[in-house]
Design a protein around this ligand. Structure first.
Ligand code: COA
Length: 168
């Protein structure tokens, strides 16, 4: 098997391996996560967008990032990041950070204004994500406001985002 790790856009053929990694890392509780709840509203059931990426080593999928188109307060132009998931055998080697950088780069090129997520500020804060002022953005289901973070790709994008996050 090649030792080289490749990072590329996710394809439909990756969906089973992505689902398997999510199940292994997050277990049955994954469906209660905010990103899953937001996507529940999608009619096509396709979990992939143009912004999703995977890292592979040989035939093995070792990390994956999902970014979904969302509206905030009915306004399109934002993405919700999640889940991001690195195979525990490959954790702490920079793949999480690289997948986030790829997703943000593609989002910026596509003219996206804002990327939001629910996650650990100590990790995402180092990558440039900022705390959303409490009460400004709501998600379907309860969220600890100290974990609602956003990365602005346009000036003032966090301040401009108000309301409920729904699938776009
Ligand atoms: C969280 C996760 C995506 C990070 O990816 P990774 O490839 O392991 O991490 P990276 O190599 O990019 O970054 C490693 C650094 O982040 C730190 N880090 C990792 N997870 C962290 C967390 N939850 N909080 C704070 N810091 C964290 C590591 O200590 C390390 O710090 P250092 O660079 O100072 O040594 C990955 O560990 C993972 O999939 N975890 C389980 C699933 C999960 O919790 N996903 C996020 C919620 S959607």
């Amino acid at each position: 098997m090649s030792d080289r790790v490749l990072i590329r856009n996710a394809e439909a053929a990756d969906v089973p391996a992505i689902a398997e990694l999510h199940a292994r890392v997050f277990g049955p509780g994954r469906y209660a996560r905010s990103a899953y709840r937001v996507r529940e509203g999608r009619r096509d059931g396709n979990p992939l967008s143009d912004f999703c990426h995977v890292a592979t080593r040989g035939n093995r999928l070792i990390a994956t990032i999902t970014l979904s188109d969302v509206k905030i307060g009915g306004v399109p132009g934002a993405l919700m990041l999640g889940p991001i998931c690195v195979d525990p055998d490959f954790a702490g080697q920079g793949y999480g950070r690289q997948l986030i950088a790829e997703g943000l780069r593609d989002a910026q090129l596509a003219g996206v204004s804002l990327v939001i997520l629910v996650g650990d500020e100590p990790y995402y804060g180092k990558l440039g994500f900022k705390l959303v002022p409490p009460g400004q953005i709501a998600l379907p289901g309860p969220v600890n406001p100290m974990r609602l973070l956003a990365y602005p790709l346009k000036d003032g994008a966090i301040e401009a985002a108000h309301g409920l996050v729904t699938s776009a």
